[in-house]
Design a protein around this ligand. Structure first.
Ligand SMILES: Cc1cc2nc3c(=O)[nH]c(=O)nc-3n(C[C@H](O)[C@H](O)[C@H](O)COP(=O)(O)O)c2cc1C
Ligand code: SF4
Length: 397
């Protein structure tokens, strides 16, 4: 990491540039969201730039919100960035703010990352001391300030609209869309919500040019991606790889292979897919290969499922997790996750599950849920039913 003055030289250049040109670099780079869904960052920025604050409450305002709630088990790349590279994230938020005309950046940081909260607060103080944030920054006429918020401790508060409610001091409940946050987000003002890693890509893009970023990676996934390997690997840790890198290479060359007999990988968090070992060679670290094979790259956490861990217990845990974390707003998730858990528990007591009923349940959750908590759970369940059929068959009628 270069000295701060060197690192922020690009910020002083940005402040002298046309904001549409800066946004154009991000669009050319085609940065896709690293938080899970892979949505192009440039689209959101442009929508927010074109939106008006219609609240009529005082000075019109827009926000950049950094989603640092990182709740996926086995994911810790956002933590790494916040603790070790806080200025990459902050500068990314400042540049995003400049593109859309936002004057406030809000970081919503997982409360279980207390060091990250303190490190980021100190980094903000350093920026203030250098005059890189505040009013009329370096005579540019642009104002920017930060607010750091300790998150509320619920997985669902990582969902962008529940997160906005949580910042507003409300219950962490998902909002219906439209309106999208870019139109009416935090306090109903135009807001861009991006993941930590997505925002951390921005300084590199502006320094090296959008085309240089676009050149890296695969056809539809540009740049690099942080991948987290859990303790089931010989060399667990965070690895940065160019998008398109074969998953097998990450596992064998970087992770050193499995540290214990393993039967599957749960990639992309609890709402991601369950990848059996025979599918590893079909996957690379990009959104498209995961989608093609019926899995999800998500935030790219890799959790290994031990050979001797019963898949039925794993599914029980997934339903239980969703039931506990459901915000309760929609029936398919609130009731479906609890019913799924009950069915799987009773199957372990000898009462076989009606397969058609179970399929109806997960289909209802998948297509009827308001957000990807209830809507995403069925993916892993369906993968397990497909690839671990022989193990699970005894629980189904
Ligand atoms: C239940 C749930 C939890 C989520 N948790 C996170 C999270 O911890 N961090 C994150 O960046 N995105 C999370 N997301 C995705 C966000 O809703 C949103 O898509 C993301 O912050 C957008 O940023 P990106 O485009 O940079 O990925 C979650 C989504 C759902 C449905
Ligand atoms: S799917 Fe679950 S978490 Fe999402 S809105 Fe519905 S009840 Fe809330």
């Amino acid at each position: 990491m270069p000295r701060l003055e060197e690192f922020y030289a690009v910020w002083e250049q940005v402040l002298k540039s046309n904001s549409a040109d800066v946004l154009n670099e991000i669009k050319v780079a085609t940065i896709r969201g690293r938080g899970g869904a892979g949505f192009p960052m440039g689209f959101k920025l442009e929508a927010c730039r074109n939106a008006e604050d219609t609240t009529g409450n005082g000075t019109p305002r827009k926000y950049i919100v950094c989603n640092a709630d990182e709740g996926d088990p086995a994911a810790y790349s956002d933590r790494y960035l916040l603790e070790q590279r806080p200025h990459r994230v902050l500068l990314g938020m400042m540049i995003a703010g400049y593109c859309v005309g936002a004057d406030t950046g809000v970081l919503y940081i997982r409360a279980e990352y207390p060091e990250a909260v303190e490190i980021v607060k100190q980094a903000v103080r350093d920026l203030e001391a250098q005059g890189w944030i505040g009013n009329n920054i370096k005579g540019s006429g642009f104002n920017y300030r930060f607010k750091v918020i300790k998150a509320a401790g619920a997985y669902v508060c990582g969902e962008e609209t529940a997160l906005l409610n949580s910042i507003e001091g409300k219950r962490g409940e998902v909002r219906t869309r439209p309106p999208y946050p870019a139109q009416q987000g935090l306090f109903n003002r135009p807001t861009v919500v991006n993941n930590v890693e997505t925002l951390a890509c921005v300084p590199w893009v502006i320094t090296n040019g959008g085309a240089a970023f676009a050149k890296l990676g695969s056809e539809k996934s540009n740049g690099s991606k942080l991948v987290c390997l859990d303790s089931g690997f010989k060399r667990p840790g965070i690895y940065e790889v160019e998008c398109g890198t074969p998953l097998a290479k990450v596992i064998d060359e970087l992770g050193g292979g499995f540290a214990r007999p393993t039967k599957a990988l749960h990639i992309g968090g609890p709402l991601g897919g369950i990848v059996p070992l025979q599918k590893i060679n079909a996957l690379s670290i990009d959104f498209e290969s995961f989608q093609r094979e019926g899995f999800l790259l998500g935030h790219a956490s890799v959790l290994s499922i031990p050979q001797d861990f019963p898949m039925v217990k794993y599914l029980e845990h997934l339903f239980e997790f969703t039931a506990l974390e459901s915000c309760g707003k929609c029936f398919p998730c609130r009731i479906g996750s609890t019913r799924g858990k009950e069915l799987i528990l009773s199957a372990q007591d000898g009462k076989k599950i009606d397969r058609a009923l179970f399929n109806d349940l997960i289909e209802t959750m998948e297509i009827g849920s308001l957000c990807a908590l209830g809507g995403g759970l069925p993916l892993g369940v369906k993968n397990a039913m497909q690839y671990f059929r022989t193990e699970l068959d005894e629980y189904f009628a």
